[in-house]
Ligand binder design. Structure first.
Ligand code: PEP
Length: 223
């Protein structure tokens, strides 16, 4: 971990029911979490209200997607205004599942990111025009949901490359203050070795974020 505040996001993806989410929230509410870590969970849209109404304020809530602009005649979409209305501070954008399975491209994701940031919602993302309130997730696709985690050295190497890219293409200040988090089969057994690396500023966790105690172990792995 570097000097910025450690950031751990739990991406619940398209999983859960009212009952299983109520159990997960109660496990998270009972978990002891290190104070110096930003902790965020991203439930499916349908359950955001349930989670906001039952989860401790210690943990922030993120959406997993949003529309490119203001709401209106866009059947099936969810606007940034609605995401904010439910109390979400973040949105995940540019996830490889949305690129590869749903077919979102850079331009479309860029529009979403620009609009979300313009409305004051932070973005857990890929590449965007304004860097305040942005966390970048590096997730090798071969490691997502496969049980094959990157080694701390592999992840560190890419995080350094992303930071160098920011230095050259944006600014040294943005490079040093933007948190670059790793995702791909992070679990309670491998997170502490990854967290020791200087340029790994947190995690985006899929499968293991569905288990409250294990997610808490990952949050606490920064010490
Ligand atoms: C993810 O999809 O963001 C992810 C990292 O998934 P998992 O932890 O299940 O590999």
């Amino acid at each position: 971990a570097g000097s910025g505040k450690f950031f751990v996001g739990g991406n619940w993806k398209c999983n859960g029911t009212k009952d299983s989410i109520s159990k997960l929230v109660s496990d998270l509410n009972n978990a002891q979490l290190e104070s110096d870590v930003d902790v965020v969970v991203a439930p499916p849209f349908l359950y955001i209200d349930q989670v906001k109404n039952s989860l401790t304020d210690r943990i922030e809530v993120s959406a997993q997607n949003c529309w490119t602009g203001k709401g209106g005649a866009f059947t099936g979409e969810i606007s940034v205004e609605q995401v904010k209305d439910l109390g979400c501070k973040w949105v995940i954008l540019g996830h490889s599942e949305r690129r590869h399975v749903i077919g979102e491209n850079d331009e479309f994701i860029g529009k979403k990111a620009a609009y979300a940031l313009s409305q004051g919602v932070g973005v857990i993302a890929y590449a965007i025009p304004s860097w305040d309130n942005v966390v970048i997730a590096y997730e090798p696709v071969w490691a997502i949901g496969t049980g094959k985690v990157a080694s701390p050295e592999q992840a560190q190497e890419v995080h350094v490359a992303v930071r160098d890219w920011l230095t050259k293409n944006v600014s040294a200040e943005v490079a040093s203050k933007t948190r670059i988090i790793y995702g791909g089969s992070v679990n309670g057994s491998n997170s502490s070795d990854l967290a020791k690396k200087e340029d790994i500023d947190g995690f985006l966790v899929g499968g293991a974020s569905l288990k409250g105690p294990e997610f808490a172990t990952i949050v606490n792995s920064v010490t």
